[in-house]
Ligand binder design. Structure first.
Ligand SMILES: [Zn+2]
Length: 315
């Protein structure tokens, strides 16, 4: 098994330990930040990231997967400082989120598709943003607007970079519009092994028919937005995971929170008010005890939080 690239270098997959499969050190509006840096407090951002990572490590977490990429202000410098301070194994990505889930910058729009593929492969083989830190996986996003022309170009470039490098893919999805199935159509068409694909945010729905249809496509699914009760309350997320475990799918799900130690998409007070449970350790407070009570075994929790992230990253 090839080692897994982290910010602190390659790690043997057996050493990943307990994994949070989807959290963000920081999510900020890239273009705003580049133009008006005075709106941002880097020192505070760093402190908040260290605080969240340390809280997760206190719960036994050894590895955090951070799927930040273009449009989410992926920042390898911040990642390196946080890793140095905390000792966390941090796994980074390459890819394009697509602002508002539709936008491809003119740079890529007006060049051959291979330009995007080459950029992704560069991050995987050479390193991110001039550092030696290599991306371990590819990230893309399809939300309510669907697979528009630009989004399709991103998905196909992500698929081709995965085929060239053997690296897995995480795709943000919008389950209310059953986007996971359309994403899999594109990846199947490109010849990507579905075991290399994780459809993130599948836990935003409790539509078991949709989820089982998606699982039938052979991908992994992220039950990864615990704490975002405004999209689906925790008790309904838990009931879905409990039922899927009962139906034998524990070996296909990953548990996480998609929390951001910093996010500038809304005023800070509003985020706290809208999603008070949205942080790196809500799983241990509001989720794992309820899953256990619902009949999910410790072994199944280990499968979801250790074996599955490892299986996806090494597929
Ligand atoms: Zn995310």
């Amino acid at each position: 098994m090839p080692p897994i690239e982290t910010v602190s270098g390659p790690v043997d997959d057996a050493d990943l330990g307990l994994v949070l499969a989807h959290e963000h050190l920081s999510t900020t509006s890239e273009a705003v930040r580049a133009q008006w840096p005075h709106l941002y407090d880097e020192a505070r951002e760093y402190d908040l990231a260290v605080e969240q990572v340390r809280a997760a490590m206190d719960r036994g977490v050894k590895t955090i997967v951070d799927p930040s990429c273009m449009d989410l202000n992926r920042n390898v410098g911040l990642a390196q400082r946080v890793v140095q301070e905390t000792g966390i194994q941090l796994v980074m990505a390459t890819g394009i989120y697509g602002a508002k889930y539709t936008f491809l910058p003119p740079y890529f729009e007006n060049r051959e598709p291979s330009a995007m593929v080459d950029a992704f492969v560069h991050d995987i083989e050479e390193g991110i943003q001039g550092s030696g830190v290599k991306a371990a996986f590819l990230k893309c996003a399809v939300d309510e607007p669907g697979i528009t022309e630009h989004v399709e170009r991103i998905l196909r470039a992500i698929a081709q970079a995965s085929l060239r490098t053997g690296r897995p893919i995480m795709a943000h999805s919008h389950p209310a519009t059953r986007r996971g199935l359309e994403i899999m159509d594109v990846f199947d068409d490109e010849g990507v092994d579905p075991r290399r694909v994780q459809i993130a945010h599948t836990g935003d729905t409790d539509d078991l028919d949709y989820i089982e249809e998606l699982l039938g496509r052979g991908c992994w699914i992220g039950m990864d937005r615990y704490g975002l009760d405004i999209i689906l309350p925790t008790d309904r997320r838990n009931a879905t995971v409990i039922e899927l475990c009962r139906r034998g799918y524990a070996d296909r799900m990953m548990l996480s929170q998609d929390a951001c130690a910093t996010i500038d998409w809304f005023p800070e007070d509003l985020v706290k008010q809208m999603a008070p449970n949205w942080h790196f350790t809500f799983l241990w407070e509001g989720v794992l005890p309820a899953l256990s009570e619902g009949g999910v075994t410790d072994e199944q929790i280990d499968t979801m939080m250790r074996d599955n992230p490892r299986g996806w990253l090494t597929a």
